[in-house]
Structures are given as structure tokens and as C-alpha cells.
Design a protein around this ligand. Structure first.
Ligand SMILES: Nc1ncnc2c1ncn2[C@@H]1O[C@H](COP(=O)(O)OP(=O)(O)OP(=O)(O)O)[C@@H](O)[C@H]1O
Ligand SMILES: [Mg+2]
Length: 421
């Protein structure tokens, strides 16, 4: 319930008529010469679920700074994006704007009434403990929360503080990371084995489903082997078809991970000198994952200060800026996310897609109907849009391309979708 209320904050123009397709269609501008196709000038619509916002789950052992980081990101999001319909959906889910200067440039050129940045949903997940996959702690419940996110930010404690209890008695990032990763691996293994048992019954009737079942079985055998070796599912090379076949399992170790080394105030200026951070760095690189160093505590304290005192505080720590903007941008790019824009008089909007998405898939981020009925996408590169000044001018100059369903959307494309539903 809270989600839906807050969604309407995020996209204030969603009204109850959104639910009625006919009225929704009525508002789309029909610029097509054929009576069936419509040209969408993206404006007011998004799915009731906030589909442009991908979810990053903040995961880690208890007491490592997850909530401190979450609160800092969310509070800062509010402060940094006064114009952004930012919201906390539930106490532990918050939406944060992704800073992007291109948005305002496009918005000014199109004389848009408003500019809506891309966003990431951050989810603060309760601490995992050893044995979680066997139901220890709050075990399976929290593993299921991780299953729902698109990517994982694994917070690793790199600060020493005798007053703050460490569940295993001492600060040891390598062991902490291993504990978490083992729980994720064990949970996936359980899931994979249950699924393999089911697949043995071979329920597929037609040849298409049989092929899919076979692909799933082959993929699961490979994944099972990797998991038994303690390796994540994402380390297994799979074909696109196999990947698709196992997607429904939402395996935890298939999700991209960024390690967040949470350091003490005294390490902010030179985190690399902290041996715990070095350990995390080495592991992150071995595990082909990203790494961000931040002090959740400093970020939380910065939020408490009036703006003029923030600069003083940062200076006293030997740094120029807060690490949060960086964290958000890094999360966005390390997760292979890309931005495309829609730009019109009503609104200029940045949409988030996964790298490699085709034009219909990108259209589907706005609404599933646009993917289903996709015909083509009028596309212009960001810099060409800026040099021409508008879609019409870009068309006149031959900079506007008409792209079909196989077109892979490029970073910064400005797009108009033609579709037929
Ligand atoms: N970089 C840091 N330096 C010093 N103290 C920190 C730092 N980050 C967090 N803390 C402190 O660590 C304690 C635990 O933080 P927090 O509640 O955010 O942990 P958590 O991972 O959310 O724990 P739980 O799993 O129990 O929810 C708090 O007292 C917080 O102020
Ligand atoms: Mg917490």
C-alpha cells in the first residue's frame, strides 16, 4: 500500500485513469500515418510499479553499518534533489536520484515543464548471520528479500571500534565476506537442487518447452557444480537461452555485487592505507566485483550539519566532497545500467535500462504495452540532439534514425517509440 501511495509521488501525474487503457491511449499523441500505430511522446506514464528504478539491496553481517549507509543515502537524496520526487517507500526502501547534468540540458532545449532523473531503489536488508540458509537468525526471510533485488551492495566493516560489537568478535573483512557469500551459495544450492528434482519429472508438452527445460537442466548442472566449488552462479558461462531459462529462479549469486568498504572517519582521506580495505580490494577483484570505499558514519554526520558546516567538516577530514554521489553513480554504472532519455514539452525524463537492452525492451521499461506493440524507435544521440536543438531539427538534419526491434539502445539516446497495441 505504502508503495503505491509513494509511487504517485514519484510520478505525480499518474491518476486513477492510468488504470483504464482507453483513457491512457487517448492521451498519447497519435502522429502516425497508419491508423493503428501511435507515436509515444513519453510523458506522464510509467507502470504502477516504478519500473525505471532498479533495486540495489544493502547486504552484510549485523552491525556493519548497513542502516547507517542506507539512511545517509536516502537523506542525502532528499537534500541533493530538491526537485526530485524522492521518497522512502517503506522504512527500509528508498528511492534516490542519479545525478546527471544531461537531463537539465535536454529539459531546457525542449522547454519541458519538469525534468525527472533516473533513480535507484535502495533496500536496507537486515543482517545475515552464519547459518542463515539453514534458517539461523532471521535466515530465509532475509534471503528472500535479497532474491527480490537486482543487485547487491555488500557492506563490509573496515572500521575498528571496541564499543560496536562485531558478531564474530573481530574486524576481519575476508572472513565476513566469506560468511555472507557462503550463505548465498548454500541458499542457491538448495534452490537449484529442488528445481532439478522437479525438472526430473519432465512436464513439458510441446517441443518449445522441452527445449527450454533441456536448456534449464544443462544450465543448472553447471551452476550446481560451481556452487559446490563455492563459486557464484554468475561465474558460470551460459548462453543467452540458458540464462533466460534459469532467470525465474532469481539466484542470489547471479546478481552483480559491489563491495562497500565502510571505513572510520580517520581513513576517509586515504582509505587504501587501511589493511582491511586492501583485503576487500583484493577479494573484490578476485570475485570480479566492484569496490567502493565510504564512511557511512561520516555521511550520516554530514547530513546532520547545515550546508556551510559540511564543507568545513569535509576539509577537516582531508576530502572535498561527500562520497554518496560517487556511490550512487558507481552503483549505477558498475551494475551495467544505462540511461536513455525521452524529451518533450511536458517532461524530460531519464530512463534506466540494463546495458545491451534492445529498443523494445527499453520501451518496456516505460510500459509493457510499448514492448509488446513495438514498431520502431525514432532515435537521436544525445550530442546530436543538443547540436540540433530539437527532434524536428534533428530530423531535418538527417540525425534522427528510425531503429527497429534489434537495435541495442546506446547510452544517452534520446528516443520516441512507435508502437501498436
Ligand atoms: N564508518 C563507521 N565508523 C564508525 N562507526 C560506524 C561506521 N558505520 C557505522 N557505524 C556504527 O556502527 C553501528 C551499527 O551500524 P548500523 O546500525 O548501521 O548497522 P547495520 O549493519 O544496519 O546493523 P543490523 O544488521 O543490526 O541492522 C552504529 O552504531 C553506527 O553508528
Ligand atoms: Mg540495520
Amino acid at each position: 500500500m505504502a508503495r503505491i501511495i509513494q509511487s504517485s509521488h514519484l510520478i505525480p501525474t499518474i491518476s486513477s485513469s492510468f488504470l483504464h487503457k482507453s483513457s491512457l491511449l487517448f492521451q498519447w499523441q497519435n502522429l502516425s500515418k497508419t491508423s493503428h500505430s501511435r507515436l509515444l511522446i513519453n510523458r506522464r506514464f510509467s507502470t504502477a510499479r516504478i519500473s525505471m528504478s532498479l533495486r540495489a539491496g544493502i547486504v552484510g553481517l549485523p552491525n556493519v553499518g548497513k542502516s547507517t549507509l542506507f539512511n545517509a543515502v536516502v537523506e542525502n537524496g532528499k537534500a541533493q534533489a530538491a526537485n526530485f520526487p524522492f521518497c522512502t517507500i517503506e522504512p527500509n526502501v528508498g528511492i534516490v536520484a542519479v545525478p546527471d547534468p544531461r537531463l537539465n540540458v535536454l529539459s531546457e532545449l525542449s522547454k519541458s515543464q519538469r525534468a525527472v532523473p533516473a533513480s535507484i531503489e535502495f533496500v536496507d536488508i537486515a543482517g545475515l548471520v552464519k547459518g542463515a540458509s539453514q534458517g539461523e537468525g532471521l535466515g530465509n526471510k532475509f534471503l528472500s528479500h535479497i532474491r527480490e533485488v537486482d543487485s547487491i551492495l555488500q557492506v563490509v566493516r573496515c572500521f575498528e571500534d571496541n564499543d560496536i560489537v562485531h558478531v564474530s568478535g573481530k574486524v576481519d573483512p575476508k572472513s565476513d565476506i566469506e560468511v555472507i557469500n557462503l550463505e548465498l551459495v548454500l541458499s542457491d544450492l538448495d534452490q537449484v537442487e529442488k528445481r532439478m528434482e522437479k525438472l526430473k519429472k519432465g512436464r513439458a508438452k510441446d517441443s518449445q518447452s522441452k527445449m527450454k527445460e533441456e536448456a534449464e537442466k544443462t544450465a543448472l548442472e553447471k551452476i550446481q557444480q560451481a556452487l559446490m566449488d563455492g563459486k557464484p552462479a554468475r561465474s558460470v558461462p551460459l548462453t543467452d537461452f540458458q540464462n533466460d531459462a534459469v532467470k525465474h529462479l532469481c539466484l542470489l549469486t547471479m546478481k552483480p555485487v559491489i563491495y562497500v568498504a565502510n571505513v572510520a572517519e580517520s581513513d576517509v582521506a586515504d582509505p587504501g592505507s587501511n589493511p582491511h580495505v586492501k583485503d576487500v580490494m583484493n577479494l573484490a577483484s578476485d570475485l570480479q566485483s566492484g569496490l567502493i570505499t565510504i564512511s557511512a558514519q561520516v555521511e550520516a554526520e554530514l547530513n546532520e550539519l547545515p550546508p556551510e558546516e559540511r564543507i568545513e567538516y569535509l576539509k577537516s577530514l582531508g576530502v572535498d566532497e561527500s562520497g554518496l554521489g560517487n556511490l550512487i553513480r558507481a552503483t549505477y554504472s558498475l551494475l551495467g545500467l544505462r540511461t536513455y532519455f525521452t524529451s518533450g514539452e511536458k517532461e524530460t525524463k531519464a530512463w534506466t535500462i540494463q546495458s545491451g537492452m534492445t529498443a523494445p525492451q527499453a520501451a518496456g521499461v516505460i510500459h509493457s504495452d510499448f514492448e509488446r506493440g513495438f514498431i520502431r524507435a525514432e532515435t537521436v544521440a544525445y550530442k546530436d540532439f543538443v547540436s540540433a536543438g530539437s527532434f524536428a531539427a534533428a530530423r531535418e538534419k538527417g540525425l534522427l534514425r528510425s531503429e527497429g526491434k534489434d537495435y541495442v539502445v546506446q547510452e544517452g539516446d534520446v528516443m520516441l517509440f512507435r508502437f501498436n497495441v
